[in-house]
Design a protein around this ligand. Structure first.
Ligand code: MG
Length: 236
């Protein structure tokens, strides 16, 4: 394995300082070129159960969950790419092994059932494309995190919502947390406590140098950022 050894996770890919649109395949490819540890992206499910990569629930005014895939496939991103399916996204990521694919399962705006159905489909697609070895999962919905662990016990799964203690995360069998930076600032012992429990620590979304440096001093495992170039430079 030639996994990149750094703490940098590009949030929605590397897009801010490039011509790529966030969550585009180009943004993933830029993060790979930069040699980031990981590149994060967000996944939703269309009305007819096809998975698409996008941050918001709607893309150009079209609600992904309430629209069929044939219509969604027509949508172009700002950089000219089609709205990527998860399948296309993972296939682009599968061309290499150095940058991990950090797959965020978005919470459905319709129902818990749809969040869990999306979870099953994500795990299924990751297996089908044989990218289990380079894919990690994150989610705000605790039940989604537990479901991934149940479906893929070896998967690395981090919880996003910031409201579970190190002991609770350990007891649930999750791999670690990816918490907003203010949560770690409020609970200054959590990074240390997580490490004592062999849990991983990741924080979002840190774009300012002083905050990056604070987390580097705390020896956080990963920092998710819109400024991967800056973080790579200062964490060397
Ligand atoms: Mg995300």
């Amino acid at each position: 394995m030639s996994q990149n050894k750094n703490k940098v996770i590009a949030h929605r890919g590397a897009w801010k300082n490039t011509s790529a649109t966030e969550n585009s395949i180009a943004a993933l490819e830029n993060a790979i070129k930069l040699k980031c540890y990981g590149s994060e992206f967000d996944v939703h499910m269309s009305a007819d159960s096809v998975l698409f990569v996008h941050h918001d629930h709607a893309v150009k005014g079209t609600d992904i969950e309430k629209t069929n895939s044939t219509e969604l496939l027509q949508i172009k991103l700002e950089n000219g790419e089609n709205l990527p399916t998860l399948e296309a996204y993972l296939k682009a990521g599968a061309k290499q092994k150095n940058t991990r694919l950090i797959l965020e399962i978005k919470t459905s705006s319709i129902s818990k059932e749809r969040s869990l159905a999306l979870t099953e489909k994500c795990v299924e697609m990751v297996k089908k494309l044989k990218v289990e070895g380079i894919t990690d999962y994150i989610a705000f919905d605790y039940d989604v995190c537990l479901k991934v662990k149940q479906l893929a016990p070896n998967a690395h799964v981090e919880y996003l919502n910031g409201d579970k203690t190190p002991a609770e995360i350990k007891a649930a069998g999750l791999s670690g947390v990816d918490y907003h930076f203010t949560v770690f600032k409020k609970n200054e012992n959590w990074i240390k406590e997580m490490h004592q429990l062999n849990l991983s620590t990741n924080t979002w979304t840190v774009n300012d140098e002083p905050v990056m440096k604070w987390f580097l001093d705390q020896n956080v495992d990963f920092i998710t950022t819109n400024e991967p170039e800056l973080l790579l430079k200062i964490s060397k």
